[in-house]
Design a protein around this ligand. Sequence first.
Ligand code: SAM
Ligand code: DTB
Ligand code: SF4
Length: 332
Amino acid sequence: MQIRNNWTREEISHIYHSPILDLIYQAASAHRQFHDPQEVQVCTLLSVKTGGCPEDCAYCPQAARYHTNVKVHKLMEVEEVLTAARNAKEGGSTRFCMGAAWREVRDNRDFDKVLDMVKGVNQLGMEVCCTLGMLTEEQAFKLKTAGLYAYNHNLDTSEEFYDEIITTRTYDDRLDTLNHVRKSGISVCSGGIIGMGESEDDRIGMLHVLANLPEHPESVPVNALVPVEGTPLEDQERVSVWEMVRMIATARIIMPKAMVRLSAGRVRMNTEEQALCFLAGANSIFAGDKLLTTPNPEQDKDKELFQVLNLRPRPSFKNGEAPVEFGQIPLR
Ligand code: SAM
Ligand code: DTB
Ligand code: SF4
């Protein structure tokens, strides 16, 4: 199977709309060519700065303008974060992702603190990931130098549907940041959310953009909307498992090397539904009873999930790249 960056929207649509069992079979076959189907990476999220965000993302409980139950919390202390990372590692996580409710990174003391968090988590031997909003090229290089392994920055949906969901930034802003991350040599994590009222065409549109980037993202999170009271999307209906499966399977087929992450929305899925997602090519989950601000399955439930499905946690840095040594200057 060849890695392609010249997919047409029609080809992707054709894959997405294949008869479901055939789609799963094709995706499972692609998955087996590039990955060990028994391995699922366990990752942990931590909200290092919560709420009070100036953006208007319609799905997000952390946007200051919506009245949700999320309590604003300033940037955490480095030591608190490192304690959480150590606990996550002990619990079997190999990737630690720190999220901040920022529109963009600013060059201030908070950013210096985040750089220290990155150094500390990297030294624990975990894949360290951040999601901090928009970045300049320079900030991306600083993060890389501190030891950042991956940066998450989602496209969320298609370009056409984007301004129904977010008006405070553009699709091009998003693509610019992804480009800065790529240039700095940091691994790219970018995906989206389904269940926001978008059409299937919008889902296909987003996959089309991701799969035709000059290099595929190494990581593609697929989130099911977690509707949160107080946000404009609070009353959205739950997506069916078949929609998650179609999204995951299509991502797996068109970006076969990527880690496809079954991200938000697992609290509402049973073991059988999650099994279908793994069969369709998902190979990562977030563990711990909280995502950033919303609930996630309890540790015991996930332990059982791994046992019943005979899954093994995937070791860190399997994609070949060694962790960046602290202080190493990346080549420009
Ligand atoms: N502020 C940064 C940004 O937006 O890039 C980083 C944090 S933001 C919370 C990270 C991602 O979480 C968003 O891009 C979105 O895809 C996802 N997300 C946020 N709220 C969600 C929800 N209610 N359901 C599912 N995914 C959600
Ligand atoms: C991603 O795509 N999903 C994760 C991670 N990247 C940062 C976040 C999901 C957040 C769900 C809503 C919340 O818990 O606040
Ligand atoms: Fe802010 Fe990120 Fe939430 Fe949008 S998704 S409101 S940028 S924290």
